[in-house]
Design a protein around this ligand. Structure first.
Ligand SMILES: NC(=O)C1=CN([C@@H]2O[C@H](COP(=O)(O)OP(=O)(O)OC[C@H]3O[C@@H](n4cnc5c(N)ncnc54)[C@H](OP(=O)(O)O)[C@@H]3O)[C@@H](O)[C@H]2O)C=CC1
Ligand SMILES: Nc1nc(=O)c2c([nH]1)NC[C@@H]1CN(c3ccc(C(=O)N[C@@H](CCC(=O)O)C(=O)O)cc3)C=[N+]21
Ligand SMILES: [Mg+2]
Length: 286
């Protein structure tokens, strides 16, 4: 069975739109999101455009700031400080990756943690790790948990979750979230030995690797729930670009009980969770 991320995202947006209305009526606050895009990258542009459109559809304010690829780090930091001060801006997202001459860690640290809707600031990572409940939680990991629950129900306790990938934006925070859901969590990465064998033990298998069709059908335990985070652009036999995940979907769908497709899986949920974080930031700190 396929887990429909597009539908799940639409369901979440519907809930959010009611909450946006309520916040406006009760406190006269309209959540506002600012997305900063440095340089020009066609994939990022599609994705940023989608975010801006969906933000507006929910009745929230949305602003896109495009900066030249050769912008100095100082200038970007100054711009961020203006947004940190701006009362109408509740969420700030700096699209990654940044050009090589800009220190990414420094930029992420400069975002007001109360407006850090990506949840990448160390204060938010720390809160997530501590389980204090007041973190802005990274969007893609949130989306993965929602999609797993869509198939398995609210209670994930006792499930063995294997997460392949340990990046700060996906693998690591997702492992923490699954631990919070009382899963038994294994984090695998490029130095992991016997990866296929470990994956075969997973009730919930998450692939966040960045390699097309990396996870094979026979790595999957029959009846497992598979969440495919990967977004890989490949050329098919006719030379057309196609989007595929990190999992060999055709093989996996035969073995798994449920699997998220690419496109139409985690991607749309990531955007919906970004809108959610913007609402949360506006409600909490606006
Ligand atoms: N759908 C969505 O909304 C989003 C999708 N993505 C996609 O998810 C994927 C992962 O993104 P991200 O976490 O940023 O990527 P990174 O490149 O930062 O991390 C990839 C991880 O995969 C691990 N890895 C690489 N090769 C292997 C291997 N052969 N065996 C086991 N593990 C391996 C790496 O291990 P090590 O640490 O040892 O190097 C690393 O931890 C990408 O395809 C990206 O495009 C990302 C963000 C959002
Ligand atoms: N600061 C920051 N925050 C991010 O969250 C962030 C980022 N930088 N940099 C890039 C990655 C990647 N990412 C995606 C989100 C949605 C889709 C998405 O909606 N994908 C559609 C397909 C879109 C298409 O056709 O290109 C889908 O999977 O169905 C894809 C990728 C967020 N990222
Ligand atoms: Mg850089």
């Amino acid at each position: 069975m396929r887990i429909d991320g597009k539908q799940a995202a639409a369901d979440l947006r519907k809930q959010l739109s009611m909450q946006v209305l309520q916040l406006q009526q009760e406190k006269n606050i309209v959540p506002g999101l600012t997305v900063i895009l440095v340089g020009e990258d066609p994939a990022s542009e599609v994705y940023v455009r989608n975010k801006v459109r969906q933000t507006r559809e929910l009745g929230m304010h949305s602003q896109e700031i495009r900066l030249p690829v050769d912008i100095r780090e100082e200038a970007l930091l100054t711009r961020l400080e203006q947004l940190n001060q701006d009362k109408d801006v509740h969420g700030i997202l700096v699209q990654l990756p940044l050009p090589a001459h800009i220190n990414e860690a420094k930029v992420l640290a400069a975002i007001n943690p109360e407006k850090d809707v990506d949840g990448f600031h160390a204060l938010n990572s720390g809160r997530l790790l501590n389980g204090s409940g007041d973190a802005l939680v990274p969007c893609t990991p949130q989306g993965c948990v929602i999609l797993a629950k869509r198939h398995l129900g609210e209670d994930l306790s006792g499930k063995h979750a294997v997460v392949i990938g340990r990046s700060n934006i996906v693998g690591k925070p997702l492992a923490i979230l699954l631990l919070q859901e009382n899963c038994t969590v294994t984090i695998a990465h490029s130095r992991t030995e016997n990866l296929a064998q470990i994956c075969r033990q997973a009730d919930i298998l998450v692939a966040a690797v960045g390699r097309a069709n990396f996870v094979k059908g026979d790595w999957i335990k029959p009846g497992a729930t598979v969440i495919d985070v990967g977004i890989n652009r490949i050329e098919d036999t006719e030379g057309k670009t196609r989007l595929v995940g990190d999992v060999d979907y055709q093989a996996a769908v035969e073995v798994a009980a449920a699997i998220t497709p690419v496109p139409g899986g985690v991607g749309p949920m990531t955007i919906a969770c970004l809108l959610k974080n913007t609402l949360v930031a506006a409600r909490r700190y606006g």
